[in-house]
Write a protein that binds this ligand. Sequence first.
Ligand code: HEM
Length: 271
Amino acid sequence: MSNQDFPYTPLDNKGWRMAMGLRPLDLANWLEVDDQRSSELQLKNELLAENFEIVVATNAEGYEASAELLACIEESLKEFHPEISYKVDRSEHPIVSASRLVQEDLCVLVKSDDWRLQAASVCFPSRWDLSTKIGTTLDSIHGPVPGYDVELSNPTNAFFDRLKPDRSFWRLNWTLLDNPTLHQPFSSRRSPSGDLDDWHFRVERQTLRQLPKTKAIVFTIRNYVASAKVLREHNPEFGKHLLAALDSAPTKMQDYKGWVGVADKLRNELC
Ligand code: HEM
């Protein structure tokens, strides 16, 4: 993807805000396919061969839903991306087979005492460790996120309980990193070093849908990364809006995201 085609820039002049930010999703747009498909799927195959324990985590409770997810992905590709041909190795865990078909990372949550992450293939984590999240609840998964417990825990749990197969949703998250690599499974929250020329704007497009048979909830994460410098060159508002967000993010969130001192550096560059 060229930076001119960068699909999502979720910044505006209103600054930082912590919000669910869910929008209705037409299932025709559930999976996004672009010209990075073959290189990203190749990278997934390499990670699955070399770092399986880092990029896949499963519990028995997630098996049936993973099989349903694989079937839904196959249906969706046939219906909305018929130009794509693929083969499925039916001897693998279905979450792994499903992951090989799409650029998205896939997380399956199953309701027991609570909604718990019971199967996942996450090849492109943005500085978090899947092995520490498997089997745990939404609240526990989000334990490191400052303010999540107060502002997002209740609405997110309620949303999961109300979600139905016929109404799906999507949302965006973004961050700024000093490394464009898609596979970043380490939780270090280093502030971007260097100047804007070395920073990368990373957007996660996330979708949430409930599977009709098992009633499990599937959370997909699709990553888009572009050079912050190039985005600024193509969109003069980008630097201004980025600064507004960095300046207004609470200190704890700046620490968590690894943005400490970044607003000042950016301000100097914009002057
Ligand atoms: C409506 C649903 C959800 C909302 C509103 C939400 C919100 C958030 C927010 C605000 C963050 C902070 C990160 C940032 O802004 O860059 C975050 C991080 C994260 N979310 Fe979610 N999230 C949702 C669903 C999920 C689900 C279903 C999973 C399942 C795997 C998940 C996994 C994570 C992880 C692993 C992190 C990073 C935590 C860490 O640093 O260890 N989220 N989420």
